[in-house]
Design a protein around this ligand. Structure first.
Ligand code: EPS
Length: 363
């Protein structure tokens, strides 16, 4: 399945070393201003080759709008976006074309389809996330203009490193998307040492949406948290998702976990902005765990397609920490889920209007 969403449906297609990658966004309401320049900032944040801490593949990632936009605004018909691949180097994959990288989808694609496109990992490449980010730009724009919703993300753990302070304003100013400026030099040195060692490391990404009105999300199937978790888990290399306090709820007493409120607003947000699958109006909070990249030049034991035991060595241009490029991807997935849920809410409950009392959300 390469499609997700109900009223806002996104389909992505293309392989990392094919001629192009693309997406179709269907269900966007008409009249939203969309131009090719809108995609540039988020695609640049996600792209390879923009810092020494990522893969050095250099793609311009220029979006061509093929349909669904007329005279600068969406028409309500499917929006098709295309990005041409220009810097694929398939020879890097010749040595591992007939073997499986331990910890990589090489093996499971082979088991499922009985064949695979080995060059660049095909659909299993992080390159696929480019089109999620492009689709997410449309959702972010609609959510911001229609409801004032703002979605942002940062890297909140790299290996064992945790932020010593948390300042959203620090995130855009460093190549690690890290919320504590004072730690960046030390973390960059750690990333340099890691890259030289040939190993990789995992990362946690924190995603937050402000301004989500109460009431979005379905109460049983299609819970907002369930759809967010599914959307995040569909990103390559994601192995865990937490909403609000996540696994921290296990050892927290109920008297502490419940988010009390008075007339001035909520005192806490342990729920991460969701109760019963429906938004509370508090910030939506989600944490996403990215595994350490499996494409390593350090030799590993594995099998080839004939079942022979072989030593697998991956050369080429790879990310020592793929989570570093993930904040715009997680933002896109959250925005796409929210826009879909907003449209579904409008379809069923659009006549309900604002319900009283509404608990304010403190800044
Ligand atoms: C990736 C391997 C590398 C990365 C790629 C993700 O691909 P290649 O070997 O073709 O250079 O560069 O990331 C991108 C190209 C991108 O745009 O994200 C992988 O195995 O996932």
């Amino acid at each position: 399945m390469n499609t997700f969403g109900q009223l806002l449906r996104v389909t992505t297609f293309g392989e990392s070393h094919g001629p192009a990658i693309g997406c179709v966004v269907d269900g966007c309401p008409p009249g939203l201003a969309v131009a090719a320049e809108d995609f540039v900032p988020d695609l640049a944040r996600r792209a390879t080759g923009r810092s020494r801490h990522t893969s050095q593949r250099r793609e311009a990632d220029v979006v061509e709008i093929l349909s669904g936009v007329h005279e600068g605004a969406t028409t309500g018909t499917p929006i098709a976006l295309l990005i041409r691949n220009t810097d694929a180097r398939s020879r890097d994959y010749a040595a591992i074309a007939d073997s499986f990288r331990p910890g990589h989808a090489d093996y499971t694609y082979w088991q499922k389809y009985g064949r695979r496109d080995p060059a660049g990992g095909g659909r299993a490449s992080a390159r696929e996330t480019t089109m999620r980010v492009a689709a997410g730009v449309i959702a972010k724009k609609w959510l911001a203009e229609r409801f004032g919703v703002r979605v942002r993300a940062c890297v909140s753990q790299i290996g064992t490193h945790l932020p010593q302070a948390f300042d959203w304003d620090a995130v855009a100013g460093n190549p690690l998307s890290w919320p504590c400026a004072a730690q960046v030099a030390e973390l960059e040195a750690a990333m340099d040492a890691l890259r030289k060692s040939g190993d990789s490391v995992g990362a946690k990404v924190t995603v937050r949406a402000d301004g989500v009105p109460p009431g979005w999300g379905e109460p049983v199937y299609g819970k907002l948290g369930a759809e967010l978790a599914a959307a995040m888990m569909s990103i390559n290399a994601v192995k865990g998702v937490e909403i609000g306090d996540g696994f921290g709820v296990v050892d927290t007493p109920g008297s502490e976990h419940r988010d009390e409120a008075d007339a001035a607003g909520f005192f806490s947000n342990h729920a991460g902005g969701i109760l019963g699958g429906i938004s509370t109006g508090q910030p939506l909070l989600c944490h996403v765990a990215f595994k350490p990249t499996s494409s390593l030049r350090l030799p590993a034991r594995g099998l080839d397609v004939e079942g022979n035991e072989v030593q697998v060595v991956t050369t080429g241009r790879h990310d020592p920490c793929v989570g570093l490029r993930a904040p715009p991807i997680c933002e896109a997935m959250m925005a796409l889920v929210l826009m879909d849920q907003a449209l579904r809410h409008r379809a069923q409950c659009g006549d309900v209007g604002e319900v009283r009392p509404r608990i304010p959300t403190p800044p």
